[in-house]
Design a protein around this ligand. Structure first.
Ligand code: SF4
Length: 899
C-alpha cells in the first residue's frame, strides 16, 4: 500500500559512508544535466555540485540543491499490484507477458503500445525500444519527450539530415550575441542562465536578446526584450532572414544549383513574411535593433525551447531559426549556432535509442532501408518494425478509439501532462490493459492502472543520461532500492524473456545494455551518422563504473575526445549529399491576432513536472504554493477581476478554477498557467484540461502554448488555509490545493460558505483527523473583521492550524514558512498569528538558501531606484544558489508598475 504517513528512511549503499569519496551522479530534473557529488553525513545523503562536471562546474540551482529533502520514500510501493492486489514479482511479470502476448495474438501487434519518458535512463529506454520495435514488431512506442522537443528533432533532421544539437554549453559564453527565444531560461535551466550572467558580468559588451510574450525572470539580463505575440516567431525569424539578405550577408558558399534554388525559395518566403512584421506586436525600433545586432555579431547563439517547440508550427519555427544561422554562416564556428535546450534530463538519450515512434534505433530511420537487415541481424530478430508508430496524441486517440488494447506507461504521468486530460482519462478508463511502472505508489495515471510495477527512483537506479549538449553522464546508485522496487531495464527484460525472447534480453547489468547500445551506434556507420559512440562498445564493468562525462560522437578506432566538440565546423552534414538544407518555411495562413484569450503554459522556477519529487520539499513549494494564472491588469480590469481572486477558465476541452496573479508582465490578451498541478494535489486537476489536442503535423508535438480560453471571475464567500500533520482528502471545499510544508501539509481552500461556518467545519475536521490527546489552542479571531485564526499546539509546537477570512488577501500566507522558526514562547506565537497580515506576508522567505524574507527586498526597493546588483549588495539575496536573482528583477518590474 502507499506509505503516506510513516515513510521509511532511505538507506545509503554500503560503499558510501562518512569517510568515503563522493559518489558522482547527475541531477534528475532538467536537460542541463548538472553533475552532483553525493557524500554521507551520519548515514544521510548530502548533495553538492560536482565541480568537475562540464555542465555545471559545481553549481546547482535551488531544485538540485534541495534534492536531499526529496529522498524520503514517501508514496512508494513495495510490491507489484494486479487490480490493486499485491503480487510477487514472478507472478506480475508472468501476468504482464501473457496479457501482452494474448492481446497481440487476438488483435495484432499494433494493438499494444508503450508510452515512456525522458526520466528513464538510456539503458531502460534502449530495452523498451528494442522490445517494441525489434520483437513485438510495431513502432508504437513514444516518449513524453514528444511533448517537449520533437519539433526541434524534426527541424534538425530536415536541416542537418540527423537529429543533432551541434553546440556545447561553452559556446554560449563565447558568443557576442545570445538570443533566448521561447524559453524562461532563468527558471527552467537556471545553471545555464547563471553561466550567462557570470559571462555578462565579465564581458558587459556581450549582448542578450530575450524574445518572449511575457516578462519573465530571464528579462533581467536582456539588453533587448521583444514581447512578441504568440505565434509570431516564424514571421520574426523569416523577416530576419530577409534583412540578412538585404544587407548582403548571405553566406557565399551556397554554390550548387540545388542550393541556390533552395536559397531563392527560402528568401522568397522570407520576403513575404517580412511584409507581415507589423502583426507580431513589436516596436519597429526594437525589431531593427535585433536584426542589426544579429547581422553585425560575428558569433551568435540562439537558445530555444518550448516556446518554439510547443506549437502547431514548431518544426517550421525551428527551421526558421536554423535558416538564419545557416544562411548567414553563423553555424559550425565556436560561439555560434542554433541550440535547442531540452527540458528533461534524458530526452536526448531517448532520441539516441529511438524511443520516438518515428525513428528506429541508434539514429537509424525507418527510411534507411539498407540498414533494416543489418539491424535485424544485430538484434537477432525477424520481426523488426518497418514503419513509424503512433505519436503521443495519436496513440492516446487510438486507445480511445479501441484500436490499442494494451498500453504500458513507464515513468510518466500522461493524465496530467498530455493535452485534453478529460479525453486521456476516458481513453485509459476504456483501455482493457493499462500497465504502469513508476517509482511512486499513487498519481493521477496510477489510479487508472490495472497493473502497477514498482520501479527504482533517482538515487537507486544506475545507468546513463545525455544532456542538452550531447554529453553522456552516469547516474549512479547511492541508495539501497526501496522495498522490492526494480530497475526499469530489468522489468522490461524480464517481461521480454517471458514473452519468448529470452536470449535477446538476457541482460544482467546496465553495462551489458549500454555496450550493446554503443555497438549498435556503430552499425554500418563509418561516419554516416553523427551519433556514434562505438568507442564504448567494450567497456568493462570497471570502466562503466568510472565513466567520465563525454560528448558524442566517439567512434571506435579514433582517440577519445575529451574536450568540447563543435559539429559542422567542416561544413559536412548528414544529408544524402552531405550539404546542409535550407528548409522553405512560411507563416502562410497563421493568424496572429487572438480573438479570445490565448493560454500559454510552462514551468515555475522551483517545481518539476507534476511535483512528484519537488512537491515533497517545503522549500520548493514555498515559491508558488498554488497554481496562478498570470493576467495583464488592463484585461483584468475589463473583466472585473482582481489580483489573488479565483477565476474560472473555460475552453472547448474543459474548465479550471485558479487564482489570479495580475501584473503588466503578461501581454494583453495572453494568460499563463504553470503545468505542475494535478488531481493528486488539487481538486481542480491540471491545466492540461484546457489544452486542445492540436499538434505540429510534422513532429506531432502538441501546441501547449496557444489554447483559446475564456476567463470569468468566480465568487466565493470565504478563503481559508488549514495546516495539518496528516494529509486530508481533496474534497473539503469548492477549491482546494495541497501544499507540503515542513512537518505536514497546508491546504489552500475557498468556499461558498460564510467564513464563520467554514471555520467551525474546518476545526471539526482538524480534531477528527488528528484526535489529539492533549493540546493547547492559540486563538486570534476577530469576527467583526470576518477573520478567524486558531492554532493547535502540542508541547509548544504547531500541530495544526485553521485560518479563515473573506478574501485571500486577509490570509497570512507568509507566516507559514516562518512559523516553525519562531520562538518557543507561546505568547510570541499568539502575537504573531494575531498580527497584521501585510506584515506577515513580508515574512515569506524570498532567498531560500540564506533565509532572507521578501520584506528585506521590498524595504530595499523602497529606499530608491536600485538595480538588481544593488539590491543583492544591500540584502545578500541570491548569494546562495542564485536562483532567486531573476526574481529580484521581477519585484523591481512590479514595483515600477505599482509604485
Ligand atoms: Fe538540476 Fe537543471 Fe537545476 Fe542543474 S539546472 S541542478 S540539472 S534542475
Amino acid at each position: 500500500m502507499p506509505n503516506q504517513s510513516q515513510p521509511a528512511a532511505p538507506i545509503l549503499v554500503d560503499s558510501l559512508n562518512d569517510s568515503s569519496q563522493p559518489i558522482k551522479t547527475t541531477c534528475p530534473y532538467c536537460g542541463v544535466g548538472c553533475g552532483i557529488d553525493i557524500t554521507s553525513n551520519n548515514g544521510k545523503a548530502m548533495i553538492s555540485g560536482d565541480k568537475y562536471h562540464p555542465a555545471n562546474f559545481g553549481k546547482l540551482c535551488i531544485k538540485g540543491k534541495n534534492l536531499g529533502d526529496t529522498l524520503d520514500n514517501h508514496n512508494r510501493l513495495d510490491l507489484p499490484q494486479i487490480n490493486k492486489s499485491p503480487q510477487s514479482w514472478p507472478r506480475a511479470l508472468d501476468y504482464v507477458a501473457s496479457k501482452l502476448n494474448q492481446t497481440i495474438s487476438e488483435h495484432g501487434k499494433d494493438s499494444v503500445a508503450f508510452y515512456v519518458s525522458g526520466q528513464l535512463l538510456t539503458e531502460d529506454y534502449y530495452v523498451a525500444n528494442k522490445l517494441m520495435k525489434g520483437f513485438i514488431g510495431t513502432g508504437n512506442i513514444d516518449t513524453n519527450s514528444r511533448l517537449c522537443m520533437s519539433s526541434a528533432v524534426a527541424g534538425h533532421k530536415r536541416a542537418f539530415g540527423e537529429d543533432i544539437v551541434p553546440m556545447s554549453y561553452s559556446d554560449i559564453t563565447k558568443a557576442d550575441l545570445i538570443v533566448i527565444t521561447g524559453s524562461n531560461l532563468a527558471w527552467c535551466h537556471p545553471v545555464i542562465y547563471q553561466r550567462i550572467r557570470d559571462e555578462k558580468q565579465r564581458r558587459p559588451e556581450l549582448r542578450i536578446v530575450v524574445i518572449d510574450p511575457r516578462i519573465t525572470a530571464s528579462k533581467e539580463l536582456a539588453d533587448l526584450h521583444l514581447p512578441i505575440s504568440p505565434g509570431g516567431d516564424l514571421i520574426l525569424f523569416n523577416s530576419l532572414l530577409h534583412y540578412l539578405n538585404q544587407q548582403q550577408l548571405i553566406d557565399p558558399s551556397f554554390e550548387t544549383a540545388d542550393q541556390i534554388d533552395a536559397l531563392n525559395n527560402v528568401l522568397s518566403s522570407a520576403s513575404d513574411d517580412y511584409l507581415r512584421l507589423n502583426e507580431i506586436g513589436l516596436a519597429d525600433a526594437d525589431i531593427a535593433q535585433f536584426f542589426q545586432w544579429f547581422a553585425q555579431s560575428e558569433r551568435v547563439v540562439t537558445l530555444f525551447s518550448q516556446g518554439i517547440n510547443q506549437s502547431q508550427q514548431g518544426t517550421d519555427q525551428t527551421n526558421a531559426i536554423i535558416n538564419c544561422h545557416v544562411a548567414s554562416g553563423k553555424i559550425g564556428k565556436i560561439g555560434c549556432g542554433p541550440f535547442s535546450i531540452t527540458g528533461q534530463p534524458n530526452a536526448m538519450g531517448g532520441r539516441e535509442v529511438g524511443a520516438l515512434a518515428n525513428t528506429l534505433a541508434g539514429h537509424i530511420e525507418f527510411d534507411d532501408t539498407e540498414l533494416l537487415q543489418p539491424l535485424s541481424d544485430f538484434w537477432q530478430t525477424k520481426n523488426l518494425a518497418t514503419k513509424p508508430g503512433l505519436k503521443a496524441i495519436e496513440l492516446f486517440d487510438a486507445i480511445d478509439a479501441g484500436k490499442i488494447k494494451a498500453i504500458w506507461i513507464m515513468a510518466t504521468n500522461p493524465l496530467v501532462s498530455l493535452p485534453d486530460q478529460n479525453k486521456v482519462r476516458q481513453a485509459l478508463e476504456k483501455c482493457p490493459l493499462v500497465i504502469v511502472s513508476d517509482c511512486v505508489a499513487s498519481n493521477d495515471t496510477l489510479a487508472l492502472a490495472d497493473v502497477i510495477l514498482p520501479a527504482q527512483t533517482w538515487g537507486e537506479k544506475s545507468g546513463t543520461v545525455t544532456n542538452s549538449e550531447r554529453r553522456i553522464s552516469r547516474q549512479r546508485r547511492f541508495l539501497a532500492p526501496f522495498g522490492r522496487a526494480k530497475a526499469d531495464w530489468w522489468i522490461i527484460s524480464q517481461v521480454a524473456q517471458r514473452m519468448g525472447f529470452a536470449s535477446q534480453f538476457d541482460y544482467t547489468s546496465a553495462r551489458d545494455i549500454f555496450t550493446e547500445h554503443a555497438r549498435l551506434s556503430g552499425l554500418e556507420n563509418s561516419g554516416s551518422r553523427a551519433f556514434d559512440i562505438s568507442a564504448f562498445s567494450h567497456l568493462t564493468q570497471a570502466q562503466y563504473d568510472n565513466f567520465m562525462p563525454r560528448q558524442w560522437p566517439q567512434p571506435q578506432g579514433q582517440p577519445l575526445v575529451v574536450s568540447d566538440q563543435l559539429l559542422f565546423s567542416d561544413n559536412r552534414y548528414f544529408t544524402a549529399n552531405k550539404k546542409v538544407r535550407l528548409v522553405n518555411v512560411s507563416a502562410g495562413s497563421i493568424q496572429i491576432s487572438p480573438r479570445e484569450f490565448t493560454l500559454n503554459t510552462g514551468r515555475n522556477r522551483d517545481q518539476w513536472h507534476t511535483q512528484t519529487r519537488t512537491g515533497k520539499t517545503a522549500i520548493l513549494t514555498n515559491h508558488h504554493p498554488e497554481p496562478l494564472v498570470d493576467m495583464h491588469s488592463d484585461d483584468a480590469k475589463l473583466r472585473g477581476i482582481v489580483d489573488q481572486q479565483l477565476v474560472v477558465l473555460t475552453s472547448d476541452q474543459g474548465k479550471l478554477i485558479v487564482r489570479t496573479n495580475i501584473s503588466t508582465m503578461q501581454r494583453r490578451g495572453d494568460l499563463f498557467i504553470p503545468i505542475h498541478w494535478s488531481h493528486s494535489n488539487s481538486n481542480q486537476g491540471g491545466v492540461g484540461k484546457l489544452v486542445k489536442p492540436v499538434y505540429d503535423p510534422i513532429s506531432g508535438q502538441p501546441a501547449f502554448k496557444h489554447s483559446k480560453v475564456d476567463i470569468e471571475p468566480l465568487s466565493v464567500n470565504s478563503e481559508a488555509m488549514i495546516i495539518v500533520k496528516q494529509p486530508l482528502s481533496l474534497d473539503i471545499a469548492q477549491y482546494q490545493v495541497e501544499q507540503r510544508i515542513k512537518g505536514g501539509y497546508c491546504y489552500h481552500l475557498a468556499s461558498a460558505e460564510q467564513p464563520e461556518l467554514l471555520y467551525q467545519r474546518l476545526n471539526t475536521i482538524v480534531l477528527a483527523n488528528h484526535q489529539f490527546e492533549s493540546f493547547e489552542r492559540l486563538s486570534a479571531s476577530d469576527p467583526s473583521k470576518q477573520y478567524y485564526r486558531q492554532s493547535y499546539l502540542i508541547a509548544g509546537q504547531l500541530a495544526a492550524g485553521v485560518v479563515v477570512a473573506e478574501t485571500k488577501g486577509q490570509l497570512p500566507n507568509g507566516w507559514l514558512s516562518q512559523f516553525y522558526q519562531t520562538t518557543d514562547d507561546n505568547e510570541a506565537k499568539r502575537r504573531f498569528i494575531s498580527g497584521d497580515v501585510k506584515q506577515q506576508q513580508q515574512q515569506k522567505t524570498f532567498c531560500q538558501c540564506l533565509n532572507i524574507p521578501v520584506g528585506q527586498i521590498t524595504n530595499a526597493l523602497e529606499s530608491g531606484d536600485l538595480t538588481v546588483a544593488q539590491i543583492r549588495a544591500a540584502t545578500g539575496a541570491g548569494g546562495g544558489c542564485g536562483s532567486c536573482i531573476g526574481d529580484i528583477s521581477l519585484l523591481i518590474e512590479s514595483a515600477c508598475v505599482t509604485g
